[in-house]
Design a protein around this ligand. Structure first.
Ligand code: AMP
Length: 214
C-alpha cells in the first residue's frame, strides 16, 4: 500500500485530480470531506458529530478524524501495490503524526496544490453539487446543460452550506493557519512536492502523473 497525501486549500482541485486518477488508473481515492458528507446523509453518529463543524467551516476534531481515516484504511483490501490518495487528510500536524505512527513506511509523498486565494473564492462560491450522485458543477466554468439540474442523474443541484462566501472565507483562514505546519512537517521528511495548480485540469493531471511516477 502506497499512500500519497494531497495538501492544498479548499477549491484547489485536489478532489478533481484524484477522481481522474481513479478513472484512468487504479488509484484509490479517500476524501475525508466526502466520507463525512456521506455519513451525514446516512445519519451515522460520526456524521452527526461532524455536521455543525462542517456547516460553520470549522475543522472536525482530530480525534474524530483520526478514527475515521484509520477505519477507512483498515477496510481497504491489503494489496502491496495499491496506490491510495488521501484528499483532505491530514489537515493538522497532529493528524499527520497520527497517520505516520500507523503507516509511516507507506506514505511516500505529499503533493501541495498551490492556487492563489483570489482564484479560490469564486471557484468555491460558484460551485454547485448534486446531492444524489455527487457530480460537481460551476455556475460559470462548468454549468449544467439544463439550469439547476444534474447532467448525470437529473436531480436538482445545490450549493453546499460551506460554499457560501462567509463560510468559504473562514475555511480559507483555517487552512492558512494549519497548512504551513503540514508543509514544514512533510518538507522535513523530504516528501513535499509543490505543484502549481492554477492551470487547466489536463495540464495539472500530466504534471501530477510525472510527480507520482518519480
Ligand atoms: P472538504 O470537502 O475536504 O473541503 O471538507 C469539508 C469539511 O469537512 C471541512 O471544512 C471540515 O469541516 C471537514 N473535514 C474534512 N476533512 C477534515 C480533516 N482532515 N480534519 C478536520 N475536518 C475535516
Amino acid at each position: 500500500m502506497n499512500i500519497t497525501v494531497f495538501l492544498g486549500a479548499p477549491g484547489s482541485g485536489k478532489g478533481t485530480q484524484a477522481k481522474q486518477l481513479v478513472e484512468k488508473f487504479e488509484f484509490v481515492h479517500l476524501s475525508t470531506g466526502d466520507m463525512l458528507r456521506s455519513a451525514i446523509k446516512q445519519q451515522l453518529p460520526v456524521g452527526l458529530k461532524a455536521k455543525t463543524y462542517m456547516d460553520q467551516g470549522n475543522l472536525v476534531p482530530d480525534s474524530v478524524m483520526i478514527e475515521l481515516i484509520e477505519e477507512a484504511l483498515l477496510s481497504l483490501p491489503k494489496s502491496e501495490d495499491s496506490n491510495i490518495i488521501l484528499d483532505g487528510f491530514p489537515r493538522t500536524v497532529p493528524q499527520a503524526k497520527s497517520l505516520d505512527s500507523k503507516a509511516k513506511t507507506r506514505i511516500s509523498k505529499a503533493v501541495n496544490f498551490l492556487v492563489p486565494e483570489s482564484v479560490l473564492i469564486p471557484r468555491l462560491t460558484g460551485r454547485r453539487v448534486c446531492p444524489n450522485c455527487g457530480e460537481s458543477f460551476h455556475l460559470i466554468f462548468i454549468p449544467p446543460t439544463k439550469k439547476d439540474t444534474c447532467n448525470k442523474c437529473s436531480s436538482a443541484i445545490i450549493q453546499r452550506a460551506d460554499d457560501v462566501e462567509e463560510v468559504v472565507r473562514r475555511r480559507l483562514d483555517i487552512f492558512k493557519s494549519q497548512n504551513q505546519g503540514l508543509v514544514d512537517y512533510f518538507s522535513e521528511q523530504n516528501k513535499l512536492i509543490n505543484l502549481n495548480a492554477d492551470k487547466s485540469v489536463s495540464v495539472i493531471q500530466d504534471e501530477l502523473l510525472k510527480v507520482l511516477k518519480q
